[in-house]
Design a protein around this ligand. Structure first.
Ligand code: NAP
Length: 243
């Protein structure tokens, strides 16, 4: 079994996921770069290695059972276990997404990646995570999944545009994560949700105001929680995000 702490970051070829991989690599960890496109994955692995990280490519489409099974096998062969899983891959499904006009198929597509994809990857990796002394799972959510913030007045707390697929997919993810935390409460596994803030990436046409590195910070914090750290929580840099 590998001596090094081993992490897997999904959707690590660009944006926040790439910076999470870079941040974990800078800790001296071995980092699996989960990405579905061969060229984009290998380019990211090369960049991370050039920066001194022990990065390795993990072909991974979170919507594909066979791909996720193969990813778990690859990590088992390479490291024998997994210490940290960061479920970062996500899509918006395209905006605008008004509930009164949305194509139901678009909701299904977003949930398939942002929720079911995370369940698929997490359950495939759990046998490897259970072999770790301090397993951590970080699910990248968004404050747009906060019902409290979504139901504030526009000038007060409402965050993000009206969206029938993306925002509810994060609310769904939050709810599923709480259920994992309940089931895993008597294990060493800590599972939490992180919100990166509004980050300039492909996801929003680079309209965000934070850098991907800033967005990655909360995931790195949750990936490195001490054994007595929280589980089943929802956090941003400033602290707890209301449900
Ligand atoms: N940017 C923000 O302001 C913001 C705010 C709150 C939360 N978030 C969350 O942060 C996470 C990262 O977002 P980002 O802003 O960094 O977006 P991004 O730059 O668009 O990156 C998304 C990543 O997810 C990957 N991905 C999408 N579908 C996938 C699939 N089926 N299988 C594997 N990988 C897949 C993409 O791969 P490809 O390159 O192959 O498409 C890409 O690597 C997402 O969960 C997002 O919801 C972002």
């Amino acid at each position: 079994m590998s001596e090094r702490t081993t992490a897997l970051v999904t959707g690590a070829n660009k944006g926040i996921g790439y910076e999470i991989a870079a941040g974990l690599g800078a800790l001296g960890w071995s980092v699996g770069v989960g990405a579905r496109d061969d060229g984009r994955r290998e380019a990211a692995v090369e960049r991370l290695r050039a920066a001194g990280a022990d990065a390795f490519g993990v072909p991974l489409d979170v919507t594909d059972d066979a791909s996720v099974t193969a990813a778990a096998q690859l990590i088992e062969e390479r490291a024998g276990r997994l210490d940290v899983l960061v479920n970062n891959a996500g899509i918006t499904g395209g905006l605008p997404q008004e509930p009164t006009r949305v194509d139901p198929a678009d909701i299904r597509t977003v949930v398939e990646t942002n929720v079911i994809g995370i369940v698929r990857v997490t359950n495939a990796m759990l046998p490897l995570l259970r072999r770790s002394a301090s397993p951590r799972i970080v699910n990248m959510s968004s404050s747009v999944g906060s019902l409290t913030r979504q139901s504030g007045t526009a000038t007060e707390t409402t965050t993000g545009p009206v969206a029938a697929a993306y925002a509810p997919s994060k609310t769904f993810l939050n709810a599923v994560t709480v259920q994992y935390a309940r089931e895993l409460r008597d294990t060493d596994i800590l599972i939490n949700l992180g919100c990166p803030g509004f980050v300039a990436t492909d996801l929003n046409g680079f309209r965000g105001v934070r850098t991907p590195e800033q967005g990655a910070a909360i995931a790195i914090e949750l990936a490195t929680l001490p054994d007595d750290g929280p589980t089943g929580g929802f956090f941003e840099d400033a602290g707890v995000v209301p449900w």
